[in-house]
Design a binder for this molecule. Structure first.
Ligand SMILES: *[C@@H]1O[C@H](CO)[C@@H](O)[C@H](O)[C@H]1NC(C)=O
Length: 177
């Protein structure tokens, strides 16, 4: 009886663990390489039955949602600061760094295309340009740019985009194996 029971428990555990295409330990290793492991594991563990490709696709979708939200926020901030030249200049430059032409949204679209084509090395390179876009918005393009003391929620939104881009980079390295 006791033996049968442990046998059933064992089979159950095997069944559960095999349905997790990517094991928790791998999520921990991936997330341990990011700036915010808790943010990362919360995001990846929200898709418990996903394999690496599915997780990457999911993370790309999250990045798109976060970039789109950030662009909406920047447009609101530009309108609100119409009479404050410093702020307006800062937010307009951020819009350039996030938009579809030359910013994060355009780089994300390119990353998605590379992902569809199975060019995972390219995915990593392209996702790191999303990180650069975010940095350029927050810190300015060159070290000599005076920092803008931004009290809006934009830095938080931007840091979410940066974290998500970092997760895409690390996932792409694992896909490349
Ligand atoms: C980022 O996207 C996720 C998934 O759509 C959403 O839950 C989260 O609130 C977004 N965060 C920001 C700052 O846009």
């Amino acid at each position: 009886m006791a033996n049968n029971f442990s046998c059933i428990v064992l089979m159950f555990l095997l069944l559960v663990s095999s349905s997790y295409a990517i094991p928790n330990s791998q999520v921990n290793v991936i997330c341990g390489q990011t700036k915010n492991p808790l943010f990362c594991s919360t995001l990846l563990n929200s898709q418990p039955n996903a394999d690496l490709k599915t997780l990457t696709q999911y993370t790309l979708n999250v990045a798109r949602a976060n970039i789109t939200n950030t662009i909406k926020l920047i447009n609101v901030l530009i309108a609100e600061n119409a009479n404050k030249p410093d702020a307006k200049t800062h937010y307009s430059s951020c819009l350039d760094h996030f938009d579809e032409d030359e910013g994060a949204l355009g780089d994300l679209e390119y990353t998605e295309e590379l992902f569809k084509n199975g060019d995972y090395q390219g995915v990593g390179v392209s996702a790191s340009s999303i990180e650069d876009d975010v940095e350029d918005c927050i810190s300015g393009e060159s070290p000599s740019d005076p920092p803008y003391h931004d009290t809006s929620t934009l830095p938080q939104y931007a840091s979410v985009v940066e974290l998500v881009a970092q997760i895409i980079i690390i996932l792409s390295k694992n896909l490349g194996h």
